[in-house]
Write a protein that binds this ligand. Structure first.
Ligand SMILES: [Zn+2]
Length: 572
């Protein structure tokens, strides 16, 4: 039975059934047989431990082409900043690190928030690529749920997209690797997992059990609609429950793949440990001593840490940055008699995916094929503009493109989220829209302006908190781009903290206790760019992607002219 059909089965039939079937498939080797094998090994003078290598990647986010800008650079072990990432280079590095004792594993966010080359095809190109690279098992990340649970099941198991149909590559055959989520449960039956909780792989003749987990904060960072049938349980509790099941199956070599992690100080070596203690550390120290190592993701950081498990033994924790810039090797020996990892043999190392190696020709061809295909999507006309729309701020801090994006976001969040105003972070506007001779705006151009696939959200703030939020702009030195429905005055000479006055929504002065529905992307609503007041918002509603909001705006309002940047009035 293939691993994929096992996953399907486990997802459909639930956790206890999965355990039963796994028992039937290959449970504990009877003690007598195990003893005999060990004796034979000894008699033949063979080593009683066998080497295993895991090659781990996380937060790939569909970076088929070498990522550009700061996302395509990383500090290496020597402290130098080098270019890194790109599927064809990743392939070369994996081939150099792989042998018959190895397998490739991952810790989620392989898809979602991806460049157009992958996003335009619901990330099928990325999932196909990862199969080609030998990926065998991954935890899900929060971004695996970006298009919803049903879509994740389609990506895993195959079939064409329900509305967009088959991609140019033909019928989608599903992922060649298992997506695991031991803490992802069905709301209507919380005892049942919504995804396979674990996978068992035979590597170099020994069984290794992989437990997949995703951050329990997923509901607050993913569109609610797509995961409305799911709950996300505590990672540690779920890991330990699954670990016990693996042990019942006689699987003692256990690896946690968890899409959660910690931050590190900027520019430290990818092999350094110090982390800023957070959710990753909680999981790293909390999971059962049966678990031999913990591979992380989510925070896009690179680290290798030797920590202690609850029984006091050394246990490694690692993460490999993001976008395919770093691969982690986890080498260890498994005792063929105890079936367990010999902890003293574990060695973990982060490798930068440099571009000074030859690009893998097959993968390079694969990426080029999708690049040619996506050019059609990229060239799709979404509307027209009458002049350049720039992100260059004027004296008030507003830019024409920023104001336009805020207007688009308000229009997209009014119907479902009852938004009254919208605010956009200027740092999230990645390019200008320049006027072509025919004035046409293409999907590719709009995607370049808003490439993050951020979710639009709406929260309620009181008039007093909106005032505090607007004051905060002058503490963090970033002026949020306002929709036309929000106007206010800023005093250039007033001290920070009392610069803003005359706040009006739709022309009406705002009172301190008034409840205002404020739209912003999920990054800002989460307190991004230092806008902590946003996190005080209540009644969070999640809506469409920011890119879709902007595309819809062009489709509905073309030809679009640059708006006047007069929503903020600056006085001396
Ligand atoms: Zn994540």
């Amino acid at each position: 039975m293939t691993s994929r059909s096992r996953m399907r089965w486990a997802a459909a039939a639930g956790f206890s059934a999965a355990v039963c079937m796994a028992l039937a498939l290959g449970g504990p080797v009877p003690a007598a047989a195990a003893g005999k094998a060990a004796q034979v090994g000894q008699a033949a003078g063979k080593a009683r431990t066998v080497p295993v290598r895991l090659i781990a990647v996380n937060d790939f986010h569909g970076n088929l082409e070498p990522p550009t800008g700061s996302g395509g650079r990383i500090v290496n072990e020597a402290g130098q900043t080098v270019d890194a990432g790109g599927a064809a280079y990743l392939a070369t590095h994996i081939k150099a690190l792989a042998d018959r004792n190895s397998t490739v594993v991952a810790a989620g966010d392989l898809i979602g928030a991806t460049p157009l080359i992958s996003a335009a095809y619901h990330d099928e190109p990325t999932v196909e690529l990862l199969g080609k690279l030998g990926l065998s098992v991954s935890s899900v990340g929060n971004h695996e749920f970006d298009e919803g649970y049903r879509e994740l099941l389609r990506i895993s198991h195959g079939g064409c997209h329900p509305t967009d149909g088959c991609s140019p590559a033909g019928k989608w055959r599903g992922a060649r690797y298992d997506y695991l989520g031991a803490n992802v449960r069905l709301k209507k039956a919380p005892a049942l997992p919504a995804l396979a909780p674990f996978s068992i792989r035979k590597i170099n003749g020994v069984k290794v059990g992989f437990i997949g987990l995703v951050t329990k904060t997923t509901p607050s960072i993913v569109t609610a609609e797509g995961i409305k049938d799911l709950t996300f349980a505590d990672e540690v509790e779920s890991a330990n429950r699954t670990s016990r099941a693996l042990r019942l199956l006689g699987v003692r070599a256990q690896v946690v793949l968890v899409h959660e992690g910690d931050q590190v100080t900027p520019n430290q070596s990818p092999d350094a440990c110090p982390v800023i203690v957070g959710a990753g550390s909680r999981i790293a120290s909390g999971v059962s001593a049966e678990v031999d190592m913990v591979v992380m993701g989510h925070s896009h950081q690179a680290y290798v840490c030797k920590t202690k498990d609850p029984a006091g033994a050394d246990r490694y924790v690692s993460q490999g940055s993001s976008f395919g810039r770093v691969l982690t090797t986890l080498d260890f020996k498994v005792d063929t008699r105890t079936k367990d990892v010999v902890r003293s043999t574990v060695a973990v190392d982060n490798h930068v995916v440099t571009r000074d190696v030859p690009a893998d020709p097959e993968i390079e061809r694969f990426v080029r094929t999708w690049k040619e295909r996506v050019s059609e999507v990229a060239n799709r006309r979404v509307g027209t503009i009458t002049a350049d729309l720039t992100r260059t701020p004027g004296p008030s801090g507003e830019s024409p493109l920023g104001d336009l994006i805020a207007d688009a976001q308000l229009a997209a969040t009014k119907p479902g989220g009852n938004a009254e105003i919208a605010l956009m972070n200027p740092g999230g506007i990645r390019a200008d829209l320049t006027h072509a001779p025919d004035g046409v705006v293409t999907y590719g151009e709009v995607f370049t302006v808003q490439p993050f696939n951020n979710l639009m959200q709406v929260v309620t703030l009181t008039g007093a908190r909106l005032d505090a939020l607007l004051e905060q702009q002058y503490q963090v030195n970033r002026v949020l781009q306002p929709s036309a429905s929000l106007t206010y005055t800023v005093s250039a000479s007033a001290p920070v903290g009392s610069k803003v006055s005359g706040i009006k929504v739709n022309g009406t002065p705002v009172t301190e206790t008034q409840q205002i529905r404020v739209a912003a992307n999920n990054f800002l609503v989460g307190g991004g760019d230092g806008f902590s007041v946003f996190t005080e918002g209540t009644d969070v509603w999640s809506g469409p992607l920011d890119i879709d909001a902007l595309v819809s705006h062009f489709t509905a309002n073309s030809p679009v002219s640059p708006p006047a940047t007069d929503r903020i009035t600056v006085v001396p």
